[in-house]
Design a binder for this molecule. Structure first.
Ligand SMILES: C[S@@+](CC[C@H](N)C(=O)[O-])C[C@H]1O[C@@H](n2cnc3c(N)ncnc32)[C@H](O)[C@@H]1O
Length: 300
């Protein structure tokens, strides 16, 4: 195996060094900024829903001196800026239409991602014309990253399928859940699926518990979650399983050539799973609206 010094300017390498995988930084041809139009499309689809929910549910009679918004898992910012523009403009409009123009607060946006994320690219590409003050918040969203009861609007898009770790059983050759070194679980045994599902359950619970602490009473949360339908049958529903299989086997070959291989994977889950968790503690008693698109959004 090649033994070389990690390049500190390469966010991917820096991330691996820290045991954290992040999106490719910078603005180059392989960067997340240049390869995330799909995720950008999710925000376009969600825009009218976010605007409507803010208009219907935000109580502007509460007087805010600073209105705090947090984007959990913002990456290098390109899609996040579009989302924060939609959110801040919708809130400002709500103050205006409710006759509270003189009360429009300052907006502060907390951009959160893992510490190894390329925050330099995010800060250097902030839109010059924006309605908010920008703050970077490094750290895992599976724990609290902001003070208790400090956030008025929590937002997260295309992030909740990231697991905090690969379930140990799927990499353990002696376990019935061993995934044979594969990087995905399409067509895998039910034990593999259960291992990913359990990990997802723990992670999403940790995410929701942390946001429940950070949100103010009456705060709003928008989650844009890529999801599979509850009736999804992985053996028949998607034709791209074959492509994933081919891609997975190429990556495994590559990994064997240059580094010890580990299995990785993210979990796509049924929307019902997320809804169930939003009905549990500490969310019990809060009004929750789940809207289905190709993505799922939850407003709490
Ligand atoms: C697919 S990108 C989505 C980025 C952006 N929200 C968008 O819509 O384009 C997922 C992001 O979630 C971040 N992420 C994953 N797990 C995280 C965690 N535990 N804490 C903070 N950020 C995390 C990744 O680093 C990555 O930037």
């Amino acid at each position: 195996m090649e033994n070389r010094v990690v390049d500190p300017n390469n966010s991917e390498e820096r991330g691996r060094m820290l045991g954290q995988y992040v999106m490719n930084g910078g603005q180059g041809p392989n960067s997340y900024a240049r390869n995330s139009s799909y995720q950008g499309g999710v925000i376009d689809v969600a825009k009218p829903i976010i605007e409507e929910e803010i208009s219907k549910r935000l109580d502007v009679k509460n007087h805010f001196s600073t209105f705090r918004i947090a984007d959990f898992g913002c990456s290098t910012g390109n899609n996040s800026f579009a989302a924060m523009k939609i959110v801040t403009e919708a809130i400002k409009r709500k103050f205006e239409t409710d006759g509270q123009t003189s009360q429009i607060p300052d907006f502060q946006v907390f951009f959160n991602d893992k510490a190894a994320n390329d925050f330099n690219t995010l800060f250097s590409s902030l839109p010059p014309k924006r309605l908010y003050y920008a703050t970077g918040v490094p750290g895992s969203f599976h724990g609290c990253v902001l003070p208790k009861a400090s956030v008025h609007f929590a937002y997260s898009s295309c992030t909740l399928h990231w697991l905090s770790e690969v379930p140990k059983e799927v990499a353990d050759k002696t376990s019935p859940a061993w995934n044979k070194g594969k990087i995905h679980y399409f067509g895998a045994r039910k034990e593999v699926l259960e291992a990913y599902s359990n990990q997802y359950g723990k992670d999403v619970e940790a995410f929701l518990n942390s946001r429940a602490e950070e949100l103010v009473a009456g705060g709003l949360m928008a989650l844009l979650v890529p999801a599979v339908p509850a009736f999804w049958n992985p053996d028949t529903s998607y034709t791209w399983i074959t492509e994933i299989d081919i891609l997975g086997s190429c990556l495994m070959d590559l990994a064997e050539k240059c580094a010890p291989t580990t299995t990785s994977g993210a979990r796509s889950y049924a929307t019902t799973e997320l809804r169930q968790r939003l009905r549990g503690e500490p969310w019990r008693g809060r009004e929750i609206h789940t809207l289905k698109l190709q993505i799922t959004m939850s407003f709490c």
